[in-house]
Design a protein around this ligand. Structure first.
Ligand code: CDP
Ligand code: CDP
Length: 229
């Protein structure tokens, strides 16, 4: 079957990466978590005390950053490597979540990440999730999905994940972080989070993972057919 590009954009913790991984497995596509790139850059900036308010400091720091997605053969999912170090776990910490939207709003940071993301789609057969994938990275993608879910459901989902690793985390802290990131992401000057005109809305507040996959697989089939004929 012909391979297409699938983009999944939307608010924090609504299940974008979960759906993207399911699709990639089912279709034998590559899954790229574009948010991991912004998280890794934020990690580098924090670890190296980069003053990201200064464009000169940002440009200089970006020249020293090498990002790679490396396949974990056990899980079959690509993991984020920053300058040859696997940072997949470090980038999921709350300290990164607290700063990532600020860093992702910087023009030079976006240009750096988007240029690499565009190259990854050259051979199609890719599912990429993020905030600007259907609008900026792949504006001609064959299937674009805009995901959302009720804020309290999203908070509960992310809280469960974080609490399993850190018993000190509170639900209020998680809610504040999601609301703040959604606000910054949707209101920034460059590439704000918005639904592409031709994206299909998927509100999965009341959908199980299986129901969601079944629904979206139909969309994939339709989009693939439409671009084959
Ligand atoms: O998984 P979660 O929804 O918490 O976020 P993520 O996908 O890991 O993205 C982390 C942050 O990176 C987002 O809140 C955005 O600030 C930024 N991001 C972005 O600006 N553009 C993208 N394409 C992906 C992420
Ligand atoms: O990538 P994003 O931040 O949008 O969300 P995610 O990391 O894929 O999903 C956050 C959590 O929501 C995961 O633990 C998923 O298993 C869960 N989820 C769910 O419970 N029901 C759904 N329909 C979708 C996701």
């Amino acid at each position: 079957m012909k391979k297409i590009i699938i983009t999944i954009d939307g608010y924090s913790s609504c299940g974008k990466s979960t759906l993207a991984k399911q699709l990639a497995r089912k279709l034998d596509y590559t899954y790229i978590d574009s948010g991991a790139m912004y998280r890794a850059i934020t990690l580098y900036f924090i670890q190296n005390r980069i003053d990201w308010v200064s464009p000169e400091a940002v440009v200089k720091a970006l020249a020293d950053i090498h990002l790679d997605f490396v396949m974990n053969v056990m899980s079959g999912v690509c993991e984020m490597h920053l300058n040859d170090e696997n940072v997949e776990h470090l980038i999921r910490e709350m300290v990164i979540a607290e700063k990532v939207s600020e860093v992702a709003a910087i023009k030079e940071v976006r240009e750096f990440a988007v240029a690499q993301q565009k190259q990854m789609g050259a051979r199609k057969g890719i599912v990429m999730d993020g905030r600007d994938i259907g609008t900026v990275v792949f504006p001609h993608a064959e299937l674009k999905i805009f995901m959302t879910a009720d804020i309290d459901i999203r908070v509960e989902r992310r809280f469960k994940e974080l609490y399993a690793k850190n018993r000190n985390i509170t639900i209020e802290e998680v809610k504040q972080n999601l609301e703040l990131r959604d606000y910054i992401d949707a209101n920034r000057e460059i590439s704000p989070l918005r639904k592409a005109d031709d994206a299909i809305i998927l509100d999965n507040s009341q959908l199980s993972l299986n129901d969601q996959l079944e629904l979206v697989m139909q969309w994939v089939e339709d989009a693939t057919m439409a671009h084959t004929s």
